[in-house]
Design a protein around this ligand. Structure first.
Ligand code: ZN
Length: 686
């Protein structure tokens, strides 16, 4: 079975993996929500009726554990975080049609209905299993209350997940050498009766489902191994107080496993939305049960198994519709390493806003830095670079030039025909955008707008309308105004507020969020005033330095030696910077005095995290050069290494040390450039 291309006549729902109500949101968390929001906005621009929903995940053991530590009830603890999330998302223009939480009545009732349905359809059975028990605390130890070794790979693991090893979901009783996280004592295994969802019933179904399912390749491929092997049944109950009560008989003292009620919140949240706008406007039952629909899940890549194996089985067992697509985003690293909330090595969502940056800049960065499934690296340098070179230089510059020229010389859109060439170029961008969305390629969809603006800049540059009289220039400016309109429409899902600003500068009424792709080629307003503010401001170098220093200071405060091991450094190879727009002359290049140098000595600069003092022989003299390579290279290994030095760079002082030149290096890892043959130090590089 293949799906019809989007947009379809069916209602769609885009969901985002529920944030777990257990801590503050940082920039890494935001990626999934920004991507989901951009995708749902983009689908609407195609004319696809779309609801965008999510909610906070309130149950499970980590919340119970942390609430106990704080001496508050799990409900108080989780609600506090839920309210924070509910406030934070709109600040990033992540506009859910409904944002609920799993402890609300709607979800509690719906979850219990699901379970009754599974029982009625004979997919649930009871079995005795060994459950970890802490005799000192006189308490059962579900999930995170117990730690031990993974039976599959032997790594240290949590009760429900081999988080440090093979990443498998672990069933109760599977973990070996269990220890209580309450007391640290060895746990005992006692036999207890628990309820299971028989996944075996869905093995054949899942094999067909995974071939139909669209989305990202990681979500399509990872589950194959699981569903082709022997499927383990899912234990759906836990010995806890915090959670949703098991609705059936013989299990009154058990609650449902958090991974039962969490995804059902997708349905509950849609139901709440329906109840608010009326089922005539949007009917949740049509979407989830009775009609044809497009269900699209956007999640982090760590919960693929839950969304491609457990969740489709849960839906099927209750005779609900299956997802059309699962899109799993990669992680976000910070300066090449994993975010670490315990070490405060993170950029917090609220902190970003407090620094005064517009939310749309981060949205653009996160949604278009790399393909959905790839990891993204965040650094303030890269953030600055993308904002300055893509948003300010390309998009902002083009919109401003075009509208200023049009308003000054024609009082708005000049009275001329759109040229065939520009019309074709815009139509191609519309096609590319639509194709990208049908591939769930949010990044490429975002690139179409920037590419159009780039085309517009080149067009103005080549046509030089300022050298023409008003009649001659009119068709050029007419084209440019149309391009501005198209750029606003196509950029809206990524930078909604900024696109709205361009839209109003263009003299359009209402919000560009209500425009569809077809509007890219509709005539722009005849009159509009000169734009009174630039669309995007550039970020200064000093700001970036300041932000990096802040981050470094904070990390230093919390870093301990052992944490250094937690290095991910999964640099994203697809994440290349866009090629520079402007060409330089050969003379400009010749102005650089590049020399072969040989490192004679290298030592770290005391007090600086990254900086090293290099003594480099460049033939004619020895230079002292400061380079940001301290943690990236073994300094003792460096003497004797040949490098390329920018010899005529102006001197600078870093951490009180003079730097007389610069050593060339590639990428975040500062891969030093060297020579292939045996050129002597001092040899000119050209
Ligand atoms: Zn494992």
């Amino acid at each position: 079975m293949t799906h019809r291309d989007l947009p379809t006549d069916n209602p769609a729902v885009v969901t985002c993996g529920l944030p777990y109500a257990n801590g503050d949101l940082h920039v890494g968390h935001l990626r999934t929500y920004v991507s989901g929001d951009a995708l749902s906005r983009a689908l609407r621009t195609l004319g696809q009726e779309t609801a965008f929903v999510s909610g906070s995940d309130m149950h499970g053991t980590p919340i119970a554990v942390n609430a106990e530590k704080e001496g508050v009830t799990p409900e108080e603890f989780a609600l506090r975080h839920h309210e924070e999330y509910e406030e934070t998302f709109p600040k990033f223009n992540v506009d859910f049609d409904n944002y609920g939480h799993t402890h609300e009545e709607t979800n509690v009732e719906l979850t219990q209905e699901f379970v009754r349905e599974w029982e009625a359809n004979d997919h649930v059975y009871e079995r005795e299993i060994p459950v970890a028990y802490d005799p000192d605390a006189d308490q059962w130890l579900p999930d995170r209350f117990v730690e031990g070794e993974c039976p599959y790979c032997g790594e240290h693991a949590r009760g429900d997940e081999c988080d440090e090893g093979c990443q498998r979901h672990l069933e109760p009783g599977e973990i070996e050498n269990p220890r209580s996280t309450l007391t640290g004592n060895p746990a005992e295994y006692h036999e207890r009766a628990h309820k299971f969802l028989r996944l075996e019933d869905f093995q054949e179904y899942l094999q067909g489902f995974i071939n139909r399912m669209e989305g990202t390749s990681n979500a399509q491929n990872q589950p194959r191994e699981w569903i082709e092997g022997e499927l383990q049944d899912l234990c759906i109950t836990r010995d806890m107080d915090w959670g949703i009560d098991y609705p059936g008989e013989g299990a009154e003292d058990l609650v449902l496993y958090v991974w039962v009620d969490a995804p059902i919140e997708y349905v509950a949240s849609t139901k709440q939305y329906s109840e608010r706008v009326g089922t005539d406007t949007y009917d949740w039952e049509e979407v989830w049960k009775d009609g044809d629909s497009e269900i699209i899940h956007v999640i982090g890549r760590d919960i693929i198994q839950h969304h491609t194996v457990f969740w489709p089985s849960m839906l099927r067992a209750a005779e609900y519709n299956e997802p059309r697509a699962v899109c799993a985003t990669g992680f976000v690293n910070l300066n090449g390493k994993a975010f670490s909330t315990s070490r405060n090595r993170a950029i917090w969502a609220n902190e970003y806003l407090e620094e005064g940056f517009h939310p749309d800049l981060l949205r653009y960065y996160l949604a278009t830095a790399a393909g959905f499934e790839r990891d993204v690296n965040f650094s303030w340098e890269r953030f600055q670079e993308r904002v300055n070179t893509e948003l300010a230089d390309v998009v902002g510059n083009f919109v401003n030039r075009a509208l200023l020229f049009a308003a000054r010389n024609y009082g708005g859109t000049p009275d001329a025909e759109l040229t065939d060439e520009t019309e074709t170029r815009i139509a191609e961008a519309m096609d590319d955008y639509e194709d990208a969305l049908n591939e769930y390629d949010v990044r490429s969809a975002g690139e179409t707008a920037v590419a159009l603006a780039r085309y517009g800049n080149e067009y103005i540059q080549n046509e030089e309308p300022w050298k023409l009289d008003d009649d001659e220039a009119a068709p050029v400016i007419r084209d440019c105004v149309q391009l501005v309109k198209a750029v606003s429409v196509l950029l809206q899902p990524f930078t909604p507020e900024k696109a709205d600003l361009a839209w109003s500068q263009l003299g359009e009424d209402g919000s560009v969020a209500d425009a569809t792709v077809g509007d890219c080629l509709q005539a722009p307003p005849a009159t509009f005033a000169e734009p009174d503010e630039p669309l995007f401001e550039k970020i200064e170098d000093e700001r970036v330095e300041e932000l990096n220093e802040k981050l470094e200071e904070r990390v230093e405060e919390t870093t301990s030696e052992e944490d250094e091991a937690e290095d991910v450094s999964e640099a994203d190879t697809s994440e290349f910077e866009a090629l520079a727009d402007e060409r330089i002359s050969f003379d400009d290049f010749e102005a650089l005095d590049l020399r072969v140098g040989r490192i004679e000595d290298a030592e770290g600069i005391e007090g600086a995290d990254k900086l090293a003092r290099l003594t480099v022989d460049i033939g004619v003299e020895e230079r002292q050069i400061v380079a940001g390579i301290k943690q990236l290279h073994d300094l003792e290994e460096l003497p004797g290494t040949k490098v390329v030095v920018v010899a005529n760079l102006e001197k600078a002082e870093l951490f009180g040390v003079e730097s007389n030149g610069m050593v060339l290096a590639a990428g975040e890892d500062a891969d030093l450039l060297t020579t292939h043959g045996d050129s002597e130090p001092g040899t000119k590089v050209r």
